[in-house]
Ligand binder design. Structure first.
Ligand code: P6F
Ligand code: MG
Ligand code: MG
Ligand code: MG
Length: 387
């Protein structure tokens, strides 16, 4: 981190209830959260804010000078979500308070349900950032775009051309099941990096740093709701902040991976693979089969702690073709109905409501002569003989 006063950008999000099922946030809940943040701004707790929605997820984008993981900021977000939930309940919105998994705030909002992405930096003379917000998918959905942005010269010309990017980047990868993290360096360790992040349900890129000076370049909300709650509670619907330009990838390089609507896990009942469709704010809502999974990208300048903007970056004909491809992929994969690989594999389905259904069939299975000694998989993953 360079010397000087730091600015913190905190993006904290939660599904506190929505209109027409899990379709989109109601404007009155945006208003309720905005009132709480406006009061906090007036009192000088935060410097500026922008409240919006990604589908049915309420998004609080805030700037302040208190650093990451600050209890006052987290409590502020918690209060905003609680106030918005009250409105959601009054309006009878669907799944009011869905992501607030606890009744009480205890100093840090992480682990209580909402998703959190925060970064702290000394502002450059001009500080462009892009805030990505997705609905009906999981944090690992950003693995592929992050790899392309910070490690793939076919995406990011600056990795080759710009001496400030040429050393590469460090990826902090989180194992969300074990609660462990590892740092891998690009380009020298990209095969190891890909060996992990190609399993996005387990290994999530949490942060990216510029290698030459360890400046923070990107951060992702890595909360997995099912792991926190121990049951299915919708999808995580992650957010990500990326710094751009002047020693970081250009805004156009940051957006470029989303021209390919890659397959992500989520969509209907958090149980299906589908294409991630980049959309402008006006299309930040889900419909077909509760999807397809969508992502919005808002560009801001951060100046003296103030958010200037946003620019609605996917609201552009340049992404029409990606949207069209996403529709084609959606048509194709939907025709698989309840079959894999449209439906997620058994490991990921463990965190949905499917096991309850399978449990009912368990006692109806009778042994048959297979001509070989069958093996079962224990929870440990070890194969063992059937008795
Ligand atoms: O994934 C979904 C919701 O996720 P989200 O709230 O966006 O995290 C939806 O597809 C729901 O799972 C689906 O609409 C069924 O919802 P319920 O009837 O079980 O609430
Ligand atoms: Mg919802
Ligand atoms: Mg959602
Ligand atoms: Mg969700």
């Amino acid at each position: 981190m360079s010397e000087g006063r730091t600015t913190t950008v905190s993006v904290i999000k939660a599904d506190i209830g929505s209109l027409a099922g899990h379709h989109r946030v109601h404007p009155d809940t945006i208003l309720a959260a905005s009132r709480v943040l406006a009061e906090a701004k007036r009192k000088g707790v935060i410097k500026s804010f922008y409240v919006t929605n990604a589908g049915d997820d309420l998004q609080l984008i805030m700037t302040h000078f208190k650093g990451v993981d600050n209890p006052e900021i987290h409590e502020l977000a918690w209060t905003a979500f609680r106030e918005a939930t009250k409105v959601a309940k009054d309006l009878g919105l669907y799944a009011a308070g869905q992501d607030l998994l606890s009744d009480a705030f205890s100093g840090n909002i992480r682990g209580l349900g909402p998703g959190v992405a925060e970064m702290e930096f000394v502002e450059r003379p001009s500080e462009p950032i892009v805030v990505f917000m997705a609905d009906k998918t999981e944090p690992g959905a950003f693995n592929l775009p992050l790899y392309k942005i910070f490690a793939d010269p076919f995406n990011t010309a600056g990795l080759v051309i710009d001496p400030r990017l040429h050393d590469g980047f460090i990826f902090e990868v989180l194992d969300v099941f074990e609660g462990k993290a590892v740092e891998l360096r690009a380009p020298e360790e990209i095969y190891d990096l890909l060996a992990l992040i190609g399993t996005p349900s387990r290994y999530v890129v949490k942060r990216v740093y510029r290698k030459s000076d360890r400046e923070i370049a990107a951060v992702v909300s890595s909360e997995r709701l099912s792991l926190i709650a121990g049951r299915y509670v919708g999808k995580d619907d992650p957010v990500m902040i990326v710094r751009a330009q002047s020693g970081f990838p250009a805004v156009g390089e940051v957006l470029e991976p989303f021209a390919f609507p890659h397959l992500v896990a989520g969509w209907m009942r958090g149980s299906h693979h589908g294409p991630l469709m980049p959309v402008g704010l006006k299309d930040s809502k889900v419909s077909r089969f509760d999807g397809p999974p969508r992502v919005i990208a808002l560009g801001f300048q951060v100046k003296n702690g103030e958010l200037i903007g946003p620019a609605d970056l996917f609201d552009d004909p340049a992404f029409d073709e990606a949207r069209r491809q996403a529709q084609m992929i959606a048509d194709y994969i939907r025709r698989h109905g309840p079959f894999m690989p449209h439906r997620l594999g058994p490991e990921e389905m463990e965190y949905t409501t499917l096991p309850e259904v399978l449990k009912r069939l368990k006692d109806r299975f009778k042994p048959v002569e297979m001509g070989y000694k069958p093996k079962v998989k224990h929870e440990s993953g070890e194969a063992a003989d059937v008795d």
